[in-house]
Design a protein around this ligand. Structure first.
Ligand SMILES: CC(C)(COP(=O)(O)OP(=O)(O)OC[C@H]1O[C@@H](n2cnc3c(N)ncnc32)[C@H](O)[C@@H]1OP(=O)(O)O)[C@@H](O)C(=O)NCCC(=O)NCCS
Length: 253
């Protein structure tokens, strides 16, 4: 592990991607108490205990990591939500921006300074209804590109398109209030996908940088970041459960 990875310092232009795998077996009893009232109520509403457990694990780890960066006790952090539900900091006052995404088997937390960002991760799985979903949610440009892939790559291509669109929607914070087929992203396998068109505001394509995130063949994800005017490109640093344990063991949580 590099020194940077043991004590991650978040500099301008860097994005930390926390790759948080499920907590198996013992879950620290104190984690539930780190959550605020709303999170505790949400945790209690799941019908299956394993879903409650993963919600508690994700939100406790979210708070511990945000607390680490902001030097704040995890339970003292307060979240605000915009009209569409995107969470941000209400307390403490900070330059930190974050976004969370969960899928079966993996949770991603992305953080950076001063810029909006959105992340989406999906476990790759067979999608029998991908054609209907693409016809309804993807733009004409995206549907044409999707059809150009060999059948063996279409499943992955579908998730590349889905996660790139979702990452942008999550970065902009407007959720599904915008028509999904009114903007287009490129679907090629590349680290730097393109934001091709945006019907409601063509300038929007210049405001965001898209990045691919792939973790083996099993998970496909994407990140959308507010563009850094005149600055060097974003640099992504991936951190994992062992980095998390290194931080938690040195922090009072
Ligand atoms: C809520 C939404 C923002 C993402 O939902 P999702 O993909 O099911 O969930 P993810 O796991 O990626 O993200 C959930 C997290 O994003 C954050 N979030 C919630 N609302 C958000 C918003 N409007 N913008 C950004 N982030 C948001 C929260 O931290 C949430 O975590 P929590 O539920 O543990 O509090 C919204 O876009 C949605 O409902 N999408 C449905 C999926 C869809 O139809 N996608 C079409 C893509 S073509």
């Amino acid at each position: 592990m590099s020194p940077e990875k043991t004590m991650p310092q978040l500099a301008a232009g860097k994005v930390h991607i926390w790759k948080l795998e499920p907590v198996t077996g013992f879950q620290p009893a104190g984690w539930f108490g780190l959550l605020d009232e709303e999170e505790q109520a949400r945790a209690s509403r799941f019908r299956f205990p394993h879903l409650t457990q993963s919600f508690v694990a994700d939100h406790a780890r979210l708070r511990m990591l945000l607390g680490y960066y902001t030097q704040t006790a995890p339970q003292a952090i307060r979240f605000a939500k915009n009209f569409y539900g995107k969470p941000s900091f209400a307390f403490p006052e900070t330059r930190l921006h974050f976004n969370l995404s969960h899928t079966e088997g993996l949770t991603l937390l992305s953080v950076c300074l001063d810029h909006e960002l959105g992340v989406d991760i999906e476990a790759v799985r067979p999608m029998d209804d991908w054609q209907e979903i693409a016809a309804t949610h993807f733009s004409a440009v995206e549907n044409a590109e999707l059809r150009s892939f060999a059948p063996s790559d279409r499943n992955h291509a579908f998730f590349r398109c889905w996660t790139r669109k979702e990452a942008f929607l999550k970065a902009s914070g407007e959720g599904l209030s915008k028509p999904l087929d009114a903007f287009s992203v490129s679907i090629q396998r590349t680290d730097d996908p393109q934001f091709l068109t945006c019907d409601w505001d063509p300038e929007e394509t210049k405001r965001w940088t898209l990045k691919s995130l792939s973790f083996g063949e099993s998970f496909i994800g994407a990140l959308a970041l507010q563009h850094r005017n005149g600055a060097d490109a974003w640099q992504l640093v991936v951190l994992d459960n062992s980095d998390f344990r290194a931080i938690v063991s040195t922090e009072r949580v």
